[in-house]
Design a protein around this ligand. Structure first.
Ligand code: ZN
Length: 178
């Protein structure tokens, strides 16, 4: 499978043609007699929520959305489960550690980050009491900060992280703060 449209067969190097399979035109290798399937790239991320301090956000230092705030997350490694990948990305970007088994799934989002790349991200939430480490900006991140929705007002979240921010706060922020 490929994420971007391929020109040549990744197995044998033959230039790919087109064949109508399962209702769509697919890239096809005549030599290998097989479809070169094109699929979205899977990602994962986690919102760490503290009822007093808010949700842990990262200020992106890479495109797309450089300079905008986001929830920690990224692409899965080939052999990772979503929760393991989400915990790894959290630690890489913020220095904060969580046990993948403590992560609660809250949903998914799909996005077209770059023109031809479709991403499906599996999103988790975890209470800050289950996290260890002092937040510190890692590579690909300009800053790491806690924000409540009130504090964040007027700032910009990289889409579609705005929905996830709200969702995570509703789950673990608002209820406990009351
Ligand atoms: Zn081939």
């Amino acid at each position: 499978m490929t994420v971007y449209p391929a020109t040549y067969c990744p197995r044998c190097g033959t230039e790919l043609g087109t064949k109508h399979v399962d209702g769509r035109d697919r890239q096809y290798c005549d030599s290998c007699d097989r479809v070169e399937w094109r699929n979205p790239a899977p990602g994962a991320g986690v919102a760490v929520v503290d009822p007093d301090r808010g949700v842990l956000l990262t200020k992106r230092d890479i495109e797309p959305g450089i300079g905008k705030w986001a929830l920690p997350g990224g692409y899965l490694e080939v052999d990772e489960t979503p929760s393991v990948g989400a915990a790894r990305e959290l630690e890489e970007e913020t220095g904060v550690r969580v046990d993948p088994d403590d992560l609660q799934i809250v949903g998914t989002f799909t996005t077209t980050s770059f023109a031809d790349e479709h991403v499906v991200s599996i999103r988790f939430v975890v209470g800050a009491e289950r996290a260890t480490g002092t937040p510190e900006a890692g590579p690909e991140v300009q800053a790491v900060e806690w924000f409540t929705p009130e504090e964040f007002e007027g700032s910009e979240l990289h889409e579609p992280h705005d929905v996830e921010f709200e969702r995570a706060w509703k789950l673990l922020g608002t209820d406990r703060a009351q």
